[in-house]
Design a protein around this ligand. Structure first.
Ligand SMILES: Cc1ncc(C[n+]2csc(CCOP(=O)(O)OP(=O)(O)O)c2C)c(N)n1
Ligand SMILES: [Mg+2]
Length: 551
């Protein structure tokens, strides 16, 4: 069959429903195949970064592979940042790019959209993906596609396929195994005896521990272990924390949920509980500066067990080839001592005062968002990089899977397009918390919402600039942003727009938003020097460690 038709059939077979993209002449034939009747649902946005973030949001929210299709060069290079974010935060994406055909390359003239060499884009993507291949050989094309997709699934990271425009109609043989294959993809297999030993070792330590606790990390989320991890925690009866990146992997109204652990800048009660623990079992958390609150790792190894990256580190020794899924399932089958600790949830917010008509403060805004979520729990909260990335840690999402953010790669611009992709895939209404700076990067993609029947609620926290840096910047004019007429723009783009200056007005606007069928943008004005409690702690900690000099 034609390579283009094979790609459509293959993607449908693995359950892909949507394809996010922007066409260009070097990818047009491929793009049109995807958009043909009985193809995929093609979703186009205005700018490739938005397309990439949307596919990433789709993948995070659905647990399926997000697929993007871009033109070569100008399109492919525009897509680099979202794909880098997906790589570091373990999001499965398939990037399909076009490219110039063989004949035109032989003419010796440079081809438009080219940067350094024709191969440059492929080389860039090798750096940002778990598998990157050029489909230039019809005989092996089908197997190459399969290999790249299997790697994407196994590693939960992006992969890349480049299809030059003269290849789309080339006929390729499809091996019988692929035709008969049921389309199911599998995670990596573990070594059974290593799993058994790692589980025995862990159980012995757990059963001897008096104050154990569990940290749920991002791999538990990506490898679809949320339910098993919850059952395991219930068997153990031990408190559970999430990290910045994995917030939302554990239901935050669960009686065992302690809160978000962010190293030394965690709420004091969480810090105290972690310090008192005689065993911390980390299920899938990565060791990053963000996860540890901008402090060098101070994990007490003899009191911890880390399952991540196909390994289980128990105290000072390591079991290789133990995949987190097999490890958790092994623990679920083991006889575990049951603890009965009574656990309280902790955040960083001061006590809620009465909502007033006084000027709005960030903490009051967070209380209002929490109040809204108590009444409307079926929303997906998405926070943007900037103050809201830290502020968002104090937003309480009851159900698991109710929260998304780029908690480690932290690119601005993820929020609005990520929300569009998430709602398209999972059908849940998003509530986006974005700073004015982050919104000005990709927020205009909200204009695409009406034609796809999407209706996110976007709260733009307008503090007049990139104010998270304000505590360490003397020349604050360097952080200024122009004032956009956010609410007017929202109305002109087919949504509803509000501008609020107080907690009471925000409460009223959120209530209106809940009733609205269209997308809603709420501009919430706060003072330039107002920051959330976690941002303040983070910046002080970073400044103490000499990371940020005053300028
Ligand atoms: C793509 C990208 N560029 C630059 C940064 C660096 N950065 C982090 S936060 C920030 C400012 C955020 O401003 P805003 O969205 O208005 O949020 P605020 O902190 O003011 O609430 C910047 C520029 C980034 N994280 N991502
Ligand atoms: Mg701002």
């Amino acid at each position: 069959m034609a390579l283009g038709d094979f790609l459509v059939a293959y993607l449908r077979k693995i359950g892909v429903t949507h394809l996010f993209g922007i066409p260009g002449d070097l990818v047009l034939r491929l793009f049109l195949r995807f958009g043909a009747r009985r193809g995929l649902r093609v979703v186009t946005l205005s700018h490739e970064p938005g397309v990439g973030f949307a596919a990433d949001g789709y993948a995070r929210a659905t647990g399926r592979i997000g697929v993007v299709c871009v033109t070569y060069g100008a399109g492919g290079h525009n897509m680099v940042n979202p794909v880098a974010g997906s790589f570091s935060e373990r999001v499965p994406l398939l990037v399909l790019s076009g490219g110039p055909g063989d004949e035109e390359r032989k003419l010796g003239t440079l081809i438009h959209h080219q940067a350094k060499e024709i191969e440059s884009q492929l080389r860039i993507y090798r750096e940002l993906t778990c598998a990157a291949r050029l489909l230039d050989d019809p005989h092996t094309a089908a197997e190459t596609v399969h290999e790249v997709v299997k790697a994407i699934w196994r590693e939960q990271r992006p992969g890349y396929l480049e299809v030059h425009r003269d290849m789309v109609e080339r006929r390729i043989p499809v091996p019988r195994e692929l035709i008969e294959w049921d389309g199911a993809l599998h995670f990596a297999r573990s070594d059974e005896s290593n799993v058994a030993e790692a589980v025995r070792d862990t159980v012995a330590r757990f059963n001897a521990a008096r104050r154990p606790m569990v940290t749920v990390g991002i791999e538990a989320y990506r490898y679809k272990l949320r339910r098993e991890v919850q059952r395991l925690a219930e068997h153990m009866g031990a408190p559970v924390a999430t990290t910045v990146l994995s917030k939302g992997a554990f239901p935050e109204d669960h009686p065992l949920f302690l809160g978000v652990h962010i190293g030394a800048i965690s709420p004091p009660a969480i810090l105290h509980r972690v310090d008192r623990a005689d065993l911390v079992i980390n299920l899938g958390a990565m060791q990053t500066d963000m996860e540890l609150g901008s402090r060098p790792p101070q994990v007490t190894r003899d009191r911890s067990i880390w399952a991540v990256d196909g390994r289980v580190h128990v105290s000072f020794h390591t079991y290789t080839d133990v995949h987190i899924r097999d490890f958790v399932r092994g623990l679920l089958r083991a006889r575990l001592r049951r603890h009965r600790e009574s656990v309280r949830y902790h955040d960083n917010l001061p006590r809620e005062g009465r909502a007033t008509a006084e000027p709005l403060e960030v903490t009051a805004l967070l209380h209002e968002v929490n109040r809204f979520l108590r009444d409307h729990p079926r929303h997906l909260v998405i926070t943007e990089s900037g103050d809201m990335l830290f502020a968002g840690l104090d937003v309480r999402v009851g159900r698991a899977g109710g929260y998304l953010a780029q908690g480690f790669y932290a690119s601005m611009g993820f929020g609005v397009p990520g929300a569009l992709g998430a709602q398209l895939g999972a059908g849940v209404r998003p509530l986006v918390l974005a700073g004015d700076g982050a919104f000005q990067m990709t927020g205009q993609e909200i204009a695409q919402a009406p034609r796809y029947g999407l209706n996110p609620i976007v709260v733009v926290i307008n503090n007049g600039g990139w104010q998270i840096f304000r505590p360490v910047v003397r020349r604050t004019a360097l952080l200024d942003l122009p004032p956009w007429p956010y609410a007017e723009l929202a109305r002109a783009w087919g949504g509803r727009g509000f501008r609020v200056d107080s907690a009471l007005a925000l409460r009223a606007a959120l209530a209106e938003a809940a009733r609205s069928r269209s997308f809603v943008l709420i501009e919430a004005r706060v003072m330039p020097d107002d920051l959330s409690p976690v941002s303040r702690k983070y910046i002080q900690a970073s400044a103490r460690h000499g990371r940020w000099a005053r300028a």
